[in-house]
Design a protein around this ligand. Structure first.
Ligand SMILES: Cc1cc2nc3c(=O)[nH]c(=O)nc-3n(C[C@H](O)[C@H](O)[C@H](O)COP(=O)(O)O)c2cc1C
Length: 330
């Protein structure tokens, strides 16, 4: 059984990765329903939070039904990070996660995200200060290192654990790799194999089939899998992996009815959460995957992604339901 602080997250939990503009409350709720054991918000700027920037503050919203949920924050300034911990606490998350892995230039150039991988002492002291500042469990998400020549993840993980970090999720790429190449899970397994490590070590990067999740569990011996891109427009990925764990067999893909229903609920929850305009706009990115495989779908997809009017999008869902009834996905 893996535990994050006092939170029991089950045996080999599946975690929904933090993803900017994707891991919002509606999407997290859908993933939770389909078997995600822990969900994370997208990264939230500590500077934005303390400035009370509406966009950052809105990202703190959580639904009761998605627990346990971690709110992820990023920053490199101690004062701002501590102040934002206090703001985050008011939203009542179960976990606070620190982003030490974002490779994007505008984040890294300020020494935040993966930028901190160049200053391990700061990474450790920031984590320690945050641990001391809250009763909530602090977890860290990071990468293997800054670049291939500076991979120190073994030392980093141990030091983070020693200052009270309650779990670590490691993306098996360096900052220099961005998203290129293949994630290397071997250094993550070395972290797990370190006899001094006792906190959960979650693997991340390229878990895109149930077989890969089994590999991460059985061959690499990690404590859980954090899943990102494979879940976009496919919240069913979690149940597929769990079914495969249990039976060794692949679950049939979701039916058309399930897909239409998920699209409807996703859109409705998004509208309820952020209003019609933003709700309609930001849910668009999921439709291609929801309905992937349906032939001659362009006309329907265009209706879903071009109208600003929610009623038109719901009407397009109805048409898909009617015109493709009984369509068998492979
Ligand atoms: C669209 C997108 C947004 C992301 N945003 C975040 C983020 O806010 N915080 C974070 O720690 N990682 C972020 N990531 C990285 C993912 O959490 C994850 O580490 C990466 O996608 C590798 O896992 P995967 O192969 O399962 O997708 C993002 C990735 C994607 C594709």
């Amino acid at each position: 059984m893996a535990k994050i602080g006092d939170i029991d997250v089950g045996e080999f939990p599946l975690l929904l990765a933090p993803m900017e503009d994707v891991s919002d409350p509606p999407f997290r709720a859908l993933c939770k329903e389909q078997g995600a054991d822990v969900v994370y918000t997208e990264f939230i700027s500590s500077e934005g939070l303390i400035r009370d920037a509406a966009k950052s503050v809105m990202k703190l919203d959580i639904y009761e039904k998605e627990r346990p949920v971690g709110i992820q924050i990023f920053g490199a300034n101690l004062e701002s990070m501590l102040e934002s911990v206090e703001i985050v606490e008011k939203s009542g998350p179960d976990i606070i996660d620190i982003n030490f892995g974002c490779p994007v230039k505008k984040v890294v150039s300020k020494g935040a995200g993966a930028g901190i991988l160049k200053d391990i002492d700061l990474m450790v002291s920031l984590t320690e200060a945050m641990v001391k500042h809250t009763k909530l469990p602090i977890t860290v998400k990071t990468r293997l290192g800054w670049d291939h020549d500076s991979i120190k993840i073994l030392e980093v993980a141990e030091r983070l654990q020693d200052v009270g970090c309650k779990a670590i999720s490691i993306h098996g790429r360096t900052r220099a790799q961005m998203y290129k190449g293949e994630a290397d899970w071997r250094p993550i397994a070395e972290v797990k194999d370190n006899p001094r490590m006792h906190i959960p070590v979650f693997g991340n990067g390229d878990v895109d089939t149930p077989e890969r999740a089994v590999e991460m569990r059985d061959e690499y011996g990690l404590d859980g899998a954090m899943i990102g891109r494979a879940s976009i427009g496919n919240p069913w990925f979690f149940r597929e992996v769990k079914h495969y764990f249990k039976t060794g067999e692949h679950l049939a893909p979701p039916t058309l009815q399930e897909r239409v229903e998920a699209a409807r609920r996703h859109l409705q929850m998004s509208i309820d959460w952020k209003g019609e305009k933003l709700g309609v706009f930001e849910t668009r990115r999921h439709y291609t995957n929801y309905f992937k495989g349906i032939p001659h779908f362009k006309e329907y997809r265009m209706k879903m992604v071009t109208s600003d009017d929610a009623a038109d999008v719901f009407k397009a869902f109805d048409e898909v339901e009617r015109d493709f009834a009984g369509y068998e996905f492979v």
